[in-house]
Design a protein around this ligand. Structure first.
Ligand SMILES: NC(=[NH2+])NCCC[C@H](N)C(=O)O
Length: 297
């Protein structure tokens, strides 16, 4: 089922079967990271402004943070002519099915033509690693931007799906058919929050960070149904510092853009450990920590 509106008999995502936590992190080098076009409002005024040496330092610090947390880090080389490829949350949605012991990925259909040639690089990477690789059925129209818009509920076989800017809602029906999981689909309302991972960060099965005004009433109600603790991020930290693009890989540590002081203290109060990192070069392109990796099993 794809749920777009709340109703009384709606199951909770934690009613779905349990899943192990993914422990593989795939990163992409910023070798060819640049801003050469504008496909989201954050990129405006930043064409040609990337400082490559600073981007490399920030990327290496992110890789070191994952290594320090004992994650299994894999690196794909960025390709020439694909300046946004470093944002590797977007080209695939990895999944794992313990009943069949299958690890696979669903390939994205990028909304912007400028980003479409990124997908074959990840198809090749996951193919080589022995993953089952799926495409969306050709009869289903519309775009889909992978883990930028589709987030697994931590520990459960249920998806949160953002739609409206980069992903079409019809795609979630196809994902439901392909993966056999319920999808809670959330309409995104504000162009600054063009991917679900810019306004929602799922931390553990009960807790998420979010920016409520990026959603409509139905979306907020679905989120309230799905998480017993929703930590609200203030506007400046959400819009300008991408606080909701934080990533919690182990249900404890939260990798987050530095300077999100209010969000950091809310995280600490909720029992999490913030790990501040500087992603300022990547913020210019409209991405931060969560966008810069894809999690797989
Ligand atoms: N998962 C993310 N939010 N990724 C950020 C992608 C940034 C990229 N410039 C784009 O607009 O597509």
């Amino acid at each position: 089922m794809v749920y777009t509106t709340p109703h009384r008999s709606l199951p909770r995502p934690t009613d779905a079967p349990t899943r192990p936590r993914p422990d593989r992190v795939v990163l992409t080098t910023p070798a060819h990271f640049d801003i050469t076009y504008v496909i989201n409002p954050h990129m405006e005024g930043h064409v040609g402004s990337v400082q490559s040496d600073v981007a490399w330092q920030q990327w290496k610090a992110l890789r070191a943070a994952y290594t320090a947390l004992d994650m299994d880090v894999h690196v794909v080389d960025g390709a020439e002519g694909l300046p946004d490829m470093v944002f590797c949350a977007n080209q695939t949605l990895p999944y794992y099915n313990p009943e069949t012991d299958t690890a696979g990925v669903v390939l994205s259909r990028m909304h912007a033509p400028e980003r479409r040639d990124e997908v074959p690089h990840y198809r090749a990477f996951f193919d080589d690693q022995g993953y089952a690789v799926h495409t969306l059925p050709s009869e289903v129209p519309g775009s889909f931007e992978g883990m930028g818009d589709a987030l697994w509920h931590p520990g459960h076989a249920a998806l949160w799906g953002g739609y409206g800017f980069r992903t079409d809602v019809d795609v979630y029906e196809a994902l439901h058919d392909l993966l056999g999981v319920p999808v809670y689909a959330l309409h995104l309302d504000d162009p600054d929050f063009y991917h679900l991972d810019t306004c929602l960060s799922v931390l553990d099965a009960d807790t998420a960070l979010y920016y409520p005004r990026a959603f409509d009433d139905d979306g907020r109600a679905l989120l309230e149904h799905g998480f017993s603790t929703l930590i609200e991020v203030p506007e400046h930290e959400a819009r300008n510092l991408f606080a909701c693009n934080a990533h919690c890989p182990d249900e404890q540590h939260v990798l987050i853009q530095e300077g999100c002081t209010i969000t950091e203290s809310s995280l600490r109060e909720a029992g999490f450990t913030p790990v501040p990192l500087d992603t300022s070069e990547f913020l210019k392109a409209g991405g931060s920590v969560f966008c810069m990796k894809v999690m797989a099993w």
